[in-house]
Design a protein around this ligand. Structure first.
Ligand SMILES: NC(=O)c1ccc[n+]([C@@H]2O[C@H](COP(=O)([O-])OP(=O)(O)OC[C@H]3O[C@@H](n4cnc5c(N)ncnc54)[C@H](OP(=O)(O)O)[C@@H]3O)[C@@H](O)[C@H]2O)c1
Length: 374
């Protein structure tokens, strides 16, 4: 990879990291055959009958989970991790057939990844995924919380089976639950937990000033249980793009709060803004003219456009490379990729500070909403 070996001038004086330790993904010393766990019986969701689960045999020293690996950034991050040669990637997806076809199209070696179903619009599905993963894999080194949904044309929220706005549940609540359920495994390997973040969620940045701006308010909607109209975090009127941006603030605050609570365990909690991938499927529900205009605008006006392959490479680096091992850091790449990759460099950026004091409250409320003690 072109970036590996390049200097990282800003790392030594990282202003956002409050952790003194670094967290390299360390080589495994106890051999390469990982699944030490014996096969055990689980209930099949379809038949409810007990059936044996066969551990996945991987000869790779490291295992990563990438949610939403069926398209765009997640897919290419999975591909890049596999291309390192030392990672087995679990593609955590809601559409197995789509993900399988996508992996095959990118010619990912079939034994380098495993497809496991997860529907982030269902907390039961998140728990079932974790059970299945733990029955098939004995360790986890990197969790990439990448999947997201955005319904820019909706007039009212889509409530999930758990009773929450789908955007907030898929993007935030389910990843919050997933990360917490997998935390004991990450602690054992001193692994990484990476959240995909944006710029638009932060009203202190230029893109973040474009209305509707993210604003969690005092989390009034969440405090009141969240499952009736308007279904918004701040309890104010529903606006789909604000719901997306608010959920992305939650990703950052979750990263910060996990760092505050658990970084001493050696796990590195980080976030990454991968750049603007203007042609990604995230924009699938935008009107045709926007999908035509937006990539041109990002390419020629803001010059912030990044190809999806490069975005995947950046995510894979933050999830696996030793130089991204500081906990509590929010990464973005400085410089225009269009002017050449050698003109870009990773830099830590300040997360949205105007919401930071809400991180603990968000944590407590989220834990209640996902029934974390259960
Ligand atoms: N695109 C950008 O410019 C940009 C910029 C900054 C940050 N990001 C962040 O990057 C991440 C990936 O975005 P992207 O551009 O790659 O978008 P994308 O192509 O739409 O990918 C989103 C992924 O999430 C999955 N997903 C959606 N709902 C799900 C659910 N209920 N259960 C499980 N998986 C679900 C999708 O699955 P299906 O394939 O089945 O639909 C897809 O794999 C997001 O967190 C986004 O906020 C993107």
């Amino acid at each position: 990879m072109a970036f590996v070996g390049a200097p990282l001038p800003s790392l030594a004086s990282n202003p956002t990291s409050t952790s003194s330790h670094t967290n390299p993904i360390r080589p495994v010393t106890s051999g390469f055959f990982l699944p030490a766990r014996p096969a055990r019986l689980t209930a099949s969701p379809k038949t409810n009958a007990a059936r044996p689960v066969t551990p996945v045999m991987t000869f790779k020293p490291y295992t990563a989970i990438v949610t939403g690996a069926s398209s765009s950034i997640g897919l290419h991050a999975a591909k890049e991790l596999v291309a390192r040669g030392d990672y087995h990637v679990v593609m955590a997806v809601r559409n197995i057939e789509k993900a399988k076809a996508a992996a095959e199209q990118l010619q990912m070696p079939p034994d380098s990844y495993t497809l496991l179903p997860i529907d982030l619009a269902s907390l039961a599905s998140v728990r079932a995924f974790v059970q299945k993963f733990q029955s098939q894999f004995s360790s986890l080194n990197s969790l990439v919380c990448n999947a997201a949904t955005w319904h820019p044309r909706d007039k009212k929220p889509r409530f999930t089976e758990d009773g929450y706005d789908e955007t907030v549940q898929v993007n935030h609540l389910s990843h919050f639950l997933l990360a917490n359920l997998l935390l004991p495994m990450l602690k054992k390997t001193k692994g990484r937990c990476v959240f995909l973040a944006t710029q638009t969620h932060n009203p202190d940045t230029l893109p973040g000033k474009i209305p509707p701006q993210a604003d969690l308010g005092q989390l009034q909607g969440m405090s009141s249980g969240f499952n009736t109209l308007p279904g918004t975090i701040d309890g104010k009127a529903f606006e789909p793009t604000k719901a997306y941006k608010d959920s992305k603030v939650c990703n950052i605050l979750t990263m910060k709060e996990m760092h505050r609570r658990h970084a001493s365990s050696g796990v590195a909690f980080t976030a990454i803004f991968p750049g603007c991938i203007a042609q990604s499927e995230l924009f699938r529900e935008k009107r045709g003219w926007f999908r035509w205009f937006f990539p041109l605008f990002q390419k020629y006006v803001t010059r912030q456009m990044v190809p999806v392959e490069e975005a995947g490479r950046r995510v894979a680096l933050v999830a696996s490379d030793g130089r991204f091992g500081d906990s509590g850091v929010y990464w973005q790449w400085r410089g225009s990729y269009l002017e050449g990759m050698d003109r870009t460099a990773p830099v830590p950026i300040e997360a949205t500070d105007r919401e930071s004091e809400k991180a603990e409250m968000l944590w407590e409320l989220s834990a209640k909403l996902v029934n974390m003690g259960a």
